[in-house]
Design a protein around this ligand. Sequence first.
Ligand SMILES: *Cc1c(COP(=O)(O)O)cnc(C)c1O
Length: 415
Amino acid sequence: MTAPAAKAPPAHAAMDQFPVRAGELLVGGIPLTRLAARVGRTPFYAYDRRLLEQRVAQLRSALPPSVKLHYAMKANPMPALVGHMARLVDGIDVASAGELQVALNAGAAAQEVSFAGPGKRDEELRQAVAAGILVNVESFRELPLLARAADALGVPARVAVRVNPDFELKSSGMKMGGGPKPFGVDAEQVPALLRAIADAGLAFEGFHLFAGSQNLKAEAIVEAQQKSFALALRLAEHAPAPVRTLNLGGGFGIPYFPGEQRLDLAPIGEALGAIVAEAATALPDARIVLELGRYLVGEAGVYVCRITDIKVSRGHTYLVTDGGLHHHLSASGNFGQVLRKNYPVAIGNRMAAPGGEAVSVVGPLCTPLDLIADRMALPAAEVGDLVVVFQSGAYGASASPQGFLGHPGVAEILI
Ligand SMILES: *Cc1c(COP(=O)(O)O)cnc(C)c1O
């Protein structure tokens, strides 16, 4: 009898969106060491334009052609990247007046910008009305403020209702709808909100439903979209005007951790086809919108830092780098993860070298939380080598506490 083969530990999804040449990772077609020289310092984030374009094209070919794609720019608000995305997608979703300015500066058409967020300030609502963008209303409190701004400025206040659905997005990394939530208005209260919108004389345009984030299961996304659509149909009976925009959210995830695989778009495209067909008769004026953040930009970016020291402590090797949680909180495991797991990490100038002993990659901060890779088999490295963290195009620089411990900030480039 032979013993059963030991089960291999789950591996990260292949990061083959970035080619390798002569042992070096190419980002934007440029070998990493040369790119680092071009940036002039480490650490930095690099985002690859061509990968952004490919991702949007791939989505468009998998989804019904009439479905509109919006970029939720909180995933990555770098102005040059937002400018590039604004040319590729059909609209930009912002979550603050600060993001609104970046979107408009980037060339986004105001007509195709929408604004969601649970605590919109009075001046933000006024700025939104002045800009002519669509406001996703999340509270009764917003209505008189919008009406006053519309009156004072002599322009319509365009609104959609953000609904807190009466269901949850299953198997989601981050649930953002269902049960008690600070986001949107509970579905049960929406008929009253719609009456108040009509009374306030606001320009009603539709509904926004966002059930959750970072989902890798197509069936769960399909189910949430179908339930969202059915809920929107029920709520539309109370609407003061035809539904022109139906934002079904997004939640498309990317593989970060060992054992995770890329989302299968085919079943989502198929199910959306059925929704689009039903909407053609049930909501004939409505365009269906998806809003995606990390799915559009996450896989197109890497974080690059340099090894500054190699320390061996009681037999365990630490690669100490100039980068860490102050630039990349999510890779350190401290941005919403329950159990810390490693992002895909490589030595970007030794891509052809065989994996060696399990080492840990840490940053310069004086806290055990500053961990980029925990016991990962990496090639034998030297001081000066470049550590690459993949899947870093979303929730990186802007989602990290750059002031923590007073180290230099991180550079960002779009190539
Ligand atoms: C954060 C957010 C998104 C983007 O989420 P991703 O997981 O990055 O796709 C989209 N819509 C709303 C309302 C959000 O709050």
